[in-house]
Design a protein around this ligand. Structure first.
Ligand SMILES: NC(=O)c1ccc[n+]([C@@H]2O[C@H](COP(=O)([O-])OP(=O)(O)OC[C@H]3O[C@@H](n4cnc5c(N)ncnc54)[C@H](O)[C@@H]3O)[C@@H](O)[C@H]2O)c1
Length: 258
């Protein structure tokens, strides 16, 4: 297991499928966590479960002020920021591009793309400052999607937002390559989280067919387990991957290679 002893981590989307698993993994590996999600009892319960190692800060990631607050909290509570996992996100229902409601498209872009921009805008200066003061490098992992590197027909705005996250990731990685911050994007295909199961449930009586089509697109012919996705996240966050920056890591059962 990677060692995150004493490192301070911001984790957004903390009560979701990937978020909860990641929070538990980082806490077990010794990290201190600023957990964020839309304000909820689940967020407080998760922070309580992790004890003194975690604090909860509720808020909406499409509000730029939240990202500033998360960085300030890491510095005031833990005296440092080492890692940020920008994981909060939503997906819209499958629909042809011309039928995608404009309001729905704006919401997806605001949360999935602008949310990551606001987060990195607040995190990069703090991570750079720590590097200048201590020589310790930091890492940002943006949770994009395989829809950030290949087409996602009927999910065009989600794909656009996630391609945007990949663009932000690569550009920031180059800007900060000699300034002590690595920036990478994790690109999973469907895994069994509430996002994926709710998405399938909305297919109603066509649920089985929707899941079968999803699995059919994946060379391994199955969905990912949450832990398989978290393994990729941990790899990118781990200081041991010190020469890895500006990359997308597809955890997708081979989908993007086929
Ligand atoms: N599950 C998958 O199959 C899959 C595949 C590829 C990419 N992803 C990406 O992984 C990330 C995590 O997804 P997940 O599968 O754990 O989904 P999830 O729905 O279980 O978790 C997402 C979390 O983000 C939070 N969130 C949503 N809107 C928010 C907002 N405006 N402000 C703050 N928090 C907000 C939700 O409350 C939720 O807890 C997302 O960015 C998603 O796009 C998921």
């Amino acid at each position: 297991m990677a060692d995150f002893q004493g490192r301070a981590v911001i984790l957004t989307g903390a009560t979701g499928g990937f978020g909860q698993a990641a929070a538990r993994h980082f806490a077990k590996a010794g990290a201190k966590l600023v957990l964020s999600d839309l304000g909820s009892e689940r967020l407080d319960a998760l922070a309580d479960e992790l004890g003194g190692q975690a604090i909860a800060v509720g808020g909406d990631i499409s509000d730029p002020e939240l990202s500033e607050r998360l960085v300030k909290k890491a510095l005031s509570e833990f005296g440092r920021l080492d890692i940020a996992i920008n994981n909060a996100g939503i997906v819209h229902d499958m629909m042809p591009l011309p039928r995608t409601p404009i309001e729905e498209a704006r919401k997806v872009i605001d949360i999935d793309l602008m949310g990551v921009f606001y987060a990195m805008r607040a995190q990069l200066p703090a991570l750079e400052q720590r590097f200048r003061e201590t020589g310790e490098t930091g890492a940002i992992v943006n949770v994009a999607s395989v829809a950030g590197v290949v087409a996602a027909p009927m999910l065009s705005v989600y794909a656009a937002a996630k391609h945007g996250v990949v663009g932000l990731t690569k550009s920031a990685a180059i800007e900060y390559a000699r300034r002590g911050v690595r920036v990478n994007a994790l690109c999973p295909s469907f895994a069994r989280t509430p996002m994926a199961t709710d998405f399938l449930d909305r297919a109603g009586k066509d649920r089985a067919a929707a899941e079968a089509a999803m699995v059919q697109a994946i060379p391994m012919r199955r969905l990912a387990e949450v832990e398989e996705v978290i393994a990729g996240m941990i790899y990118l966050a781990d200081p041991a991957s010190s020469f890895v920056t500006g990359q997308t890591l597809q955890v997708d059962g081979g989908l993007s290679a086929s």
